[in-house]
Design a protein around this ligand. Structure first.
Ligand SMILES: Cc1cc2nc3c(=O)[nH]c(=O)nc-3n(C[C@H](O)[C@H](O)[C@H](O)COP(=O)(O)OP(=O)(O)OC[C@H]3O[C@@H](n4cnc5c(N)ncnc54)[C@H](O)[C@@H]3O)c2cc1C
Length: 384
């Protein structure tokens, strides 16, 4: 397999740290433990048990840059030494109060300021639910008429989005907008498309995220491309498989509608690869960021790039993995001069919990990359 750990730099890690990482992945590979741990964690936070320090020294340390941007700088520099860029991700989720939404908005603007002066940060990223109420997006997606107060909220959201993108344009840093649950995604897609129309005239500033665990999204991407051609704007997409599969299936079953998720992994992989090829086939109109830890898909994309004679460092193509996962892919890509960036989540420990739970679930799921991670760490311990 091309993505061995040959190019990973383990020299910054002590043997003790490697053993800690090994233990962490071993625990995460146990789905029963993760299932129970998830509820214990939520409960402990709810009753205000002082466990933040414990979390910070374990799972947080592995998957996050720090509690704020200053703390995350060390990670940014470390990755930068290896030609790996950073996408700072303020991972505070599920905060519906107006003050919190304003605070996240300010943090995104702050992120753009930090990115402006740092060549190691090629993009900024955010979730629309960081700056808007979830229920508002649910209502818009379901095409339920909004009341006066909700119309006002929508106005505030659009205003924030326009200000973020104007600033991104000013500091010349493209914006990635994450994909979320299917029942709010229509609203997100429409909002982001409006931003693309306004800001992607000459170059690609705004990237939407498309989840290919959904069976309707290949068609959606092609339609978006057609709209871009007819309305004269360029397309930016982050291609992912999707992070909310269990939740999606559960809701569809509960509410008795057809699940938006593919019937199996094979169908999901098939669409992900087809979408990847589609982007590379239309690079004049589409810039793409491949957000994946899947080795087969990454290998397939590299083979296509070679076949099409696309330069490894073509500015229209980025690869991205999450901090703490699949370093073998990130370091390999960086070594061969592909554009690669790690998502580096940060934020106060207690607010980053939903993100950490998703990482734990992902690593404990069947067919995850965790066994590979464990093998690589064992190998590194042997060589250390
Ligand atoms: C840089 C980056 C950014 C990301 N941004 C987002 C984002 O904005 N929104 C978001 O939702 N996710 C996001 N993700 C997470 C991503 O969607 C996946 O959950 C994660 O990367 C695992 O998928 P994979 O491609 O790495 O590969 P794999 O490990 O090969 O695939 C696992 C994924 O396949 C899919 N899958 C598994 N089993 C089945 C099945 N039976 N039927 C159908 N599908 C199945 C699921 O999506 C699962 O997460 C991001 C990931 C990265 C690396």
């Amino acid at each position: 397999m091309i993505f061995s750990n040959k190019y990973i730099d383990y020299t910054t890690k002590s043997k003790r740290e490697l053993y800690e990482t090994l233990l962490l992945f071993k625990l995460l590979s146990n789905s029963h433990l993760v299932y129970i741990g998830k509820y214990l964690l939520k409960f402990s936070i709810k009753i205000k048990l002082p466990i933040s320090n414990l979390i910070k020294k374990t799972i947080f340390k592995h998957f996050c840059g720090g509690e704020n941007i200053i703390e995350s700088q060390k990670k940014i520099r470390e990755l930068g030494k290896h030609n790996i860029k950073t996408i700072l991700d303020y991972s505070v989720e599920g905060q519906n109060h107006v003050n919190n939404l304003e605070q996240v908005y300010q943090e995104i603007m702050n992120n753009l300021d930090v990115a402006q002066n740092n060549t190691l940060i090629p993009f900024c990223v955010f979730k629309i639910t960081g700056i808007s109420r979830f229920e508002l997006l649910t209502k818009i997606s379901a095409k339920i008429p909004l009341n006066t107060q909700e119309n006002n909220e929508l106005k505030i959201l659009k205003n924030r989005l326009n200000k973020i993108c104007s600033k991104a344009q000013e500091v010349n840093k493209p914006i990635l907008i994450d994909a979320e649950e299917s029942w709010i995604q229509n609203a997100i897609d429409d909002l982001v498309e409006a931003l693309m129309i306004r800001f992607n005239k000459k170059t690609v500033l705004v990237y939407n995220t498309i989840q290919f665990y959904r069976w309707d999204k290949l068609k959606y991407m092609k339609k978006l491309h057609e709209t871009g051609k007819s309305r004269n704007f360029k397309i930016g997409v982050k291609i992912v498989r999707g992070a909310y599969m269990e939740k999606e299936r559960f809701r569809a079953q509960q509410k008795n509608y057809k699940s938006p998720i593919h019937k199996d992994k094979l169908a999901c992989d098939h669409d992900f690869n087809k979408a990847s090829k589609y982007c590379l086939d239309h690079l004049n109109d589409i810039s793409v960021c491949f957000g994946t830890h899947n080795e087969q898909s990454t290998k397939y994309i590299l083979e296509l790039m070679q076949k099409y004679n696309i330069d490894n460092s073509d500015k229209r193509i980025y690869f991205s993995q999450l901090l703490g996962m699949s370093d073998n892919i990130s370091f390999y890509l960086a070594h061969f001069n592909y554009n690669v960036a790690k998502y580096v989540p940060y934020g106060p420990v207690k607010y980053v919990i939903p993100y950490l739970i998703r990482r734990a679930e992902e690593n404990s799921s069947i067919g995850s990359q965790t066994d590979g991670e464990i093998k690589r760490i064992k190998q590194a311990i042997k060589n250390n």
